[in-house]
Design a protein around this ligand. Structure first.
Ligand code: FES
Length: 70
């Protein structure tokens, strides 16, 4: 899904940055997220939050799996 129409930044682009341990400010400085009309920033924040929640869920699931093998 395209999040930023002005700069053609997708949700996958944002997720990739977050998975590398970077944050939205890096997407802004590297790709220009929100630097034109700015209407994408709310959606970008939502994508970031859902990505981080999914990541935390994976970590919790892995921790439970580790406990199950003990
Ligand atoms: S849609 Fe992102 S700056 Fe316009």
């Amino acid at each position: 899904m395209i999040v930023c129409l002005c700069n053609r930044i997708s949700s996958s682009d944002i997720q990739s940055y977050l998975e590398q341990g970077r944050d939205l400010s890096a997407v802004v400085s590297d790709l220009g997220l929100g630097t034109c009309c700015g209407t994408c920033l709310v959606t970008a924040q939502e994508v970031a939050e859902s990505t981080l929640q999914a990541s935390q869920h994976r970590i919790n699931t892995l921790a439970i799996a580790d406990l199950a093998t003990v």
